[in-house]
Design a protein around this ligand. Structure first.
Ligand code: ZN
Length: 212
């Protein structure tokens, strides 16, 4: 069964798109126990503003209009999620990264080739835009793969962390100045731990209010 907080769509801000993706219930934990559902994937992409609202409306229909394409992308999303968790876990454990574990990430990066070009903007001026060489559905995963690749390239000394609650597997990136963030979210694991610590202390001595 799920592990409580981690199995719900928790209000956890992991600070990196790839980590929010790796924390998704269906990509975290046992990869065989969770099937990525198309609607959950589309919802995630919309929530993270990888796609617009109108694009997400279109994509919701895809399991009916083009089930094969939707199925292919789901499998790619799962492969990407599994690769991210494996590689990030190895990084946190101080292990060397296996090239074959990185290949699902590189596979998505490979489709994002394209070129910059000058494009006319709405006001009649010119802007520098990006033209993709292939317009495939894999583009939906490009920003996630890019975010993962950047974090991996940063290396083990980056702010990559796992929640201090041993029963919580969620990953986050510690953006705080002091680098002392310990919990995936204060509301989920931080407070729970504080309450437990308070209960332990409270057994011995009365907690006194400080008027500092
Ligand atoms: Zn947690």
């Amino acid at each position: 069964m799920g592990v409580g907080s981690a199995s719900e769509l928790a209000p956890v801000n992991a600070n990196r798109l790839c980590l929010d993706f790796a924390n998704l219930p269906y990509t975290s934990g046992d990869p065989l126990a969770h099937q990525t559902s198309w609607l959950e994937l589309v919802e995630f992409l919309a929530e993270k503003r990888v796609i617009s609202g109108s694009r997400s409306e279109e994509l919701r229909e895809l399991t009916e209009t083009d089930p094969k394409a939707a199925g292919t992308l789901i499998r790619q999303a799962e492969r990407l999620g599994n690769a991210l968790r494996l590689v990030l876990g190895a990084m946190m454990a101080g292990q060397n990264l296996e090239p074959e574990h990185l290949s699902p990430i590189n596979a998505i990066l490979a489709i994002t080739e394209g070129y910059d070009e000058l494009q006319q903007d709405d006001a009649g001026g010119w802007k520098l835009g990006f033209r993709a060489r292939h317009e495939g559905l894999e583009w939906l995963l490009a920003a996630i793969a890019r975010s993962g690749a950047e974090l991996i390239a940063e290396g083990a000394k980056s702010g990559l962390q796992q929640c201090s609650n041993p029963r919580c597997q969620l990953l986050f990136y510690d953006d705080s100045k002091t680098h002392r963030r310990r919990w995936c979210s204060m509301a989920l694991c931080g407070n729970r731990s504080k309450v437990a610590a308070f209960a332990r202390r409270h057994g011995g001595e009365k907690a006194r209010a400080h008027h500092a």
